[in-house]
Every structure is written in structure tokens, then in C-alpha cells.
Ligand binder design. Structure first.
Ligand SMILES: [Cu+2]
Length: 140
């Protein structure tokens, strides 16, 4: 029979490898589960306000709120993209669409607001406490 050979240690080594395969498969399953969870959360239009350092928003298009202005004032994106507004002012701001498509609520320095645009069009918006603070998102 093909039993293990204690002298060479051949069989135990193979078993070790098998054990690592099992661990690897477990990790892969966990990663897949995480991906599914993350994908499931990515709905059509998310409106989340996170207060705290804006560190997890890298990558997507951003509008910075500074000196009581939106920078850039006009931002062009593609359908399906998520815009994140980041308040870098020492005063509170919000993001309110003229036609009501989104409304963030006030948030202070370091706070962020994200909105996913699923329909092409031009979205003018303003800050409810600074009448001259205006911006536009063009979704193509
Ligand atoms: Cu403001």
C-alpha cells in the first residue's frame, strides 16, 4: 500500500500542502462574500454623510468646499459615477439640488456627502446657508 514513509517525510509534507489549500479556499470564499456584500450596498442612489477625515473617498470625482465655494463649480461626470463633496471650510455647508434630486443636510469641516448620478442631465445645486454658493454637476 502507499502508506507514508516516516524516513523521508514525503507523505506528511503533502498533507501540509493540502492543509494550506484548505486555508486558501476558506480565504477565497470569505473574500467573495465580502465582494458580494460590498456590491450589494452599491445601490442606484446612495446618500451618505460621513463625518470625519475624508480619507476613504479617493478615486471618484470630488467637489471641494472651500472659501465658501464649490471647487470646481461645474463638474462633468459620466452616468453611474458617484460625486463626493468634501467640506474643507471651517463653517458648515450642505448640498441641495435645485430640483430636489439630492439634499445632504449640513455638515462641517472634514465631513463628506456622496451622491450617485444614474440619469444624464444638468444638476444645479446650492448651499442653503450661503445663497451665493452655487455648483453644477453635468452628467453625460
Ligand atoms: Cu455653505
Amino acid at each position: 500500500m502507499n502508506r507514508r514513509n516516516n524516513r523521508t517525510g514525503e507523505w506528511p509534507r503533502t498533507r501540509m500542502h493540502r492543509r494550506w489549500y484548505v486555508v486558501g479556499a476558506g480565504v477565497a470564499v470569505m473574500m467573495l462574500a465580502l465582494l458580494v456584500i460590498v456590491a450589494g450596498c452599491g445601490g442606484s442612489s446612495t446618500t451618505t454623510t460621513a463625518v470625519g477625515p475624508a480619507t476613504s473617498t479617493a478615486g471618484g470625482p470630488q467637489v471641494i468646499m472651500e472659501n465658501i465655494a464649490y471647487v470646481p463649480a461645474t463638474l462633468t461626470i459620466k452616468v453611474g459615477q458617484t460625486v463626493t463633496w468634501v467640506n474643507q471650510d471651517s463653517v458648515q455647508h450642505d448640498v441641495v439640488a435645485n430640483k430636489g434630486e439630492f439634499k445632504s443636510g449640513l455638515f462641517g469641516q472634514g465631513g463628506t456627502f456622496s451622491f450617485t448620478f444614474t440619469t444624464a442631465g444638468t444638476y444645479a445645486y446650492y448651499c442653503s446657508i450661503h445663497p451665493h454658493m452655487l455648483g453644477t454637476i453635468i452628467v453625460q
